[in-house]
Design a protein around this ligand. Structure first.
Ligand SMILES: [Zn+2]
Length: 174
């Protein structure tokens, strides 16, 4: 019977770990990770935007931060780079059932890429009244004329996310 007891113990341990992970790796956990990536962008003199992509199992698939200056390309946004890395890894342009955490509301280009990737959900931090396409200027994620809609949570940890951007632009003005 020992092997059964051991088996049950292992199983309980595994389930326990999974519950702990689920509790820990919640929205706040992933947004904090995206914030760390945004800080990394700021240190590289890039507009501080970071993104993390999570699959339906709650596992990180890819991450990225803004690299527009370094790459000298208008498509060097955190979201595009993160999606591109995920597609390369998964060998698929379809990123079904995945959630993107991003510190700033996606622009039209990134919102388009998110729709094209069939992403399930986007959680973003700061609203972008001058360029946001997931609620501020446009709301393309819920446009029923398109063949895919994305669930959106905006303004999550907004204070931390927008403060980072404010600090960056303030330092640029001095
Ligand atoms: Zn963008």
């Amino acid at each position: 019977m020992t092997w059964i007891t051991n088996y049950v113990d292992t199983l309980q341990h595994k389930v326990g770990l999974r519950i702990m992970n689920a509790l820990r790796q919640d929205d706040e956990f992933w947004m904090k990770m995206a914030l760390k990536l945004a800080e990394k962008a700021a240190r590289a003199d890039e507009v501080p935007v970071g993104a993390v992509l999570i699959d339906s199992q709650g596992q990180k698939v890819s991450e990225g931060h803004n690299l527009r200056e370094q790459l000298q390309t208008s498509i060097g946004h955190a979201e595009i780079l993160t999606l591109h890395r995920a597609s390369k890894l998964k060998k698929s342009w379809r990123l079904l059932d995945m959630t993107l955490y991003v510190t700033l509301e996606p622009c039209l280009m990134c919102a388009g890429a998110l729709l094209q990737s069939r992403i399930k959900k986007v959680v973003f931090g700061a609203y972008d009244p001058k360029g946001g396409a997931l609620g501020s200027l446009y709301n393309v994620a819920q446009d029923k004329r398109l063949n895919h809609q994305i669930e959106v949570i905006g303004g999550f940890m907004e204070k931390e996310c927008s403060q980072l951007l404010k600090n960056f632009f303030k330092s640029k003005r001095i």
